[in-house]
Ligand binder design. Sequence first.
Ligand SMILES: [Zn+2]
Ligand SMILES: [Zn+2]
Length: 258
Amino acid sequence: MRLLVLGGHQVATIDGGPTGFLIDDHIAIDAGGTTRGLNIHEQARIDTILLTHHHFDHIRDLPMIGLVALDLGRQIDIHCSDLVKDILEAHILNGSIWINFFTWLNPVEPTFRHHRVDPGKRFRVGPYDVLPIDNRHHPVPVTGYEICTPENRRLLYTGDTGPGIRDIWGLVNPDVLITEVTWPNDKRDLAGMAGHMTPELLADELEAFRAEKSRLPDVYVCHVNQYYGDTVARELVEASARLGIPIRHASEGVEIVL
Ligand SMILES: [Zn+2]
Ligand SMILES: [Zn+2]
């Protein structure tokens, strides 16, 4: 499995974009900053999208990705909760702001084929086994995904999360963890309220992981707010030293191979 980071930050700027990953050139995870790193032919290869939640920085590029598929007469499998689909249909893909790809052009074979995701109910994507995880540490429900390769290597992406994520460690066993750090340590209180992570808060959750499993996964962080990027990077080095492991940045262009 080869995961490419297309958007590894919170905000859309010249040097970074909101969350978007691409596995094996055709499976997208979240669709915030997906299009920024792909030409039209690469975008046309996307046939599956896993969505964690409906916040705009994770769904922003869906209208454009859908348009490419519609033009080519292709279908894309969209894996998300009913809540995410309902909100997309009510507010973005509503026939007014943009085309409702869940019903258009042909309701029997629409451009977006919805597959309902339920926490704990595994499903297959290509050669991979996917376990959806209920993450309740953000202002809206988030579905994390643990993706297992045929060789039994596991990648966990938590989606947006605040502190408390240790409550899912018992459900998963990742070799690689992608999670978020949005703000620096001095915004700890805000992070707790808004459901985001700081370097120190992440280190606390990783200490809990190690206490439970006597090991740590390879750790990557995304969703850094670029305005605080230098401070967050420095504090992540401190968190790495505290934990005795490298904490890497899942920034644009980074490839993670399992
Ligand atoms: Zn969010
Ligand atoms: Zn976000």
